[in-house]
Design a protein around this ligand. Structure first.
Ligand code: HEM
Length: 471
């Protein structure tokens, strides 16, 4: 029965896909962005590296230009490549209809969609996270006190996630609290699963869902995290005191009295957004930073020399950043090279759009290819190397670069940018102030692999480092 069902579903969805292909492809009025010729149903899948699609897209942009069409199976996607084009679409023509989002996974709302709900939730979240000290609590002293070789994944995730906990629930967790560690571990595993080729196939051919184990695993984690969050919300509700708002959840519950957007469902989605978007991203960037410091010990020495000279042994403060130009440049260059969100989040045109002479139909998925901005050969002197001098002038002063866009740009720019930047600075500087990072015994610096692991965000491949105390 399973095989029969599979065949029937395949034929039906194949038929629908062929009709869609014919209407999409042959009815295009000739002005749609160019691109490789797709096959029916499969589109350009055979040409795509599904594990690292952004690499294929980068190559295709060299052939087809900065606005091109590609078919992920039956799904048509318009890709925007290069700093100038991405900036034009997201910033200069912010109202041209390219700034809606689509859901990342069928059935589950991973991020807010569009319209009123997005506007209201984004505004509320930003205001309240700022009120509850977005970034301020990041000063907490969360230093890893191990000097043996260790895997940086979990300590980084727990430390960064605890900052979101402080803002959202109003309190932090202990690192050995299973309620906390299981929630963080599930969130991170989910982000890895969402980028897996099998879940991407499921998004393209939903009838396959039944057979995809990664999807079942991911849904199970989402359900368990929802359950745990609901438990935390009800504990907070029982002790709610309008005179003393502890964090974001309290503020949300109080607003719910007067406004229909403040439903339990939206609270859950918003809190999940903050955890999904705010833990793995910052922790991954920090792991890249430590890996790069270990691989390039001379640069690590320069950072540590600057920290010792300017800060000494006292606690690092956010205001120290302007006196640490080299350290700041290293953090920026880490974000540029690590390129952790290579295709941003999928956008969708909310109306018919004519962009750079191309016609893009309402409802088309658009990928702003951030890789092509961060590695743009016309913007960066050494786009594929770790070169902190990209952010320094000839006198060693820090210089901003317009093509530095790891948080994307425009109306849908990362909501947590200011928090993330503060966290990256405080964690990185504090860690380098206290520890010297080296490869584990028997491993040479040149053996450290910079190839990213497959996932929705680009993590370093599994590795271990040694942290040797300096102070
Ligand atoms: C180094 C860390 C981070 C990076 C590189 C990053 C990057 C991004 C990118 C590229 C987007 C998509 C924008 C687009 O498609 O145009 C995004 C969206 C988002 N980020 Fe971040 N992010 C980081 C940290 C955070 C943190 C700490 C939070 C939470 C406080 C956060 C919350 C969000 C949210 C809620 C959205 C969706 C915004 C919307 O729907 O309007 N991010 N981020």
């Amino acid at each position: 029965w399973n095989i029969l069902f599979l065949l029937l579903a395949g034929v039906l969805s194949g038929g629908a896909a062929i009709i869609k292909y014919i209407t999409d492809y042959s009815n295009a009025d000739g002005k749609q962005p160019p691109g490789p010729k797709p096959l029916p149903v499969l589109g350009n899948l055979l040409q795509l590296d599904l594990k690292r699609p952004y690499n294929t897209l980068l190559k295709l942009s060299k052939k087809y230009g900065s606005v091109f069409t590609i078919y992920f199976g039956p799904k048509k996607v318009v890709v925007l490549a290069g700093y100038k084009t991405v900036k034009e679409a997201l910033v200069d023509k912010a109202d041209c209809g390219i700034n809606s989002f689509i859901f990342l996974q069928r059935g589950y709302r991973v991020l807010w969609s569009n319209g009123d709900s997005w506007k209201e939730m984004r505004r509320f979240t930003l205001t309240n996270l700022r009120d509850y000290g977005m970034g301020k609590k990041a000063c907490e002293d969360k230093i890893i006190e191990e000097c043996e070789a260790f895997d940086t994944t979990q300590p980084m995730n727990y430390a960064v996630s605890n900052i979101i906990c402080s803002l959202v629930y109003g309190s932090r967790f202990e690192y050995d609290d299973p309620e906390f560690t299981s929630m963080v571990d599930r969130t991170n595993r989910n982000i890895q699963l969402l980028g897996s080729p099998s879940i991407q196939m499921y998004n393209l051919f939903p009838w396959m869902g039944r057979w995809i184990a990664d999807r079942r695993e991911s849904e199970e984690y989402t359900k368990l995290n929802n359950k745990q969050n609901m438990k935390l919300f009800s504990q907070l509700k029982e002790t709610l005191n309008p005179q003393m708002c502890r964090g974001f959840v309290d503020a949300f519950m109080e607003s719910g009295v007067t406004n229909s957007h403040f439903s339990n469902e939206n609270l859950l989605i918003t809190v999940r957004n903050l955890f999904n978007a705010g833990t793995d991203t910052t922790a991954t960037t920090l792991r890249w930073a430590l890996l790069l410091m270990t691989k390039y010990p001379k640069i690590q020495d320069q950072v540590q020399e600057e920290i010792s000279r300017v800060i000494g042994t006292r606690q690092v403060q956010v205001e120290d950043r302007r006196n640490l130009p080299f350290t700041d440049a290293v953090i920026h260059e880490t974000q540029r090279l690590a390129n952790i969100v290579p295709m941003a989040l999928p956008h969708k045109t909310s109306e018919d759009v004519t962009f750079q002479g191309h016609f893009i139909k309402k409802g088309t998925t658009v990928y702003p290819l951030l890789t092509s901005v961060l590695y743009d050969e016309t913007e960066w002197e050494k786009p594929h190397s770790f070169h902190p001098a990209h952010f320094l002038d000839k006198d060693g002063k820090f210089v901003k670069q317009d093509a530095f866009m790891p948080f994307s740009a425009g109306r849908r720019i990362c909501l947590g940018e200011s928090l993330a930047r503060m966290e990256l600075f405080l964690f990185f500087t504090t860690l380098l102030q206290h520890f010297c990072f080296t490869p584990p015994p028997g491993v040479k610096e040149e053996d450290l692999d910079l190839t990213p692991r497959v996932g929705l965000t680009l993590n370093p491949s599994h590795h271990k480092l040694c942290a040797i105390p300096r102070l």
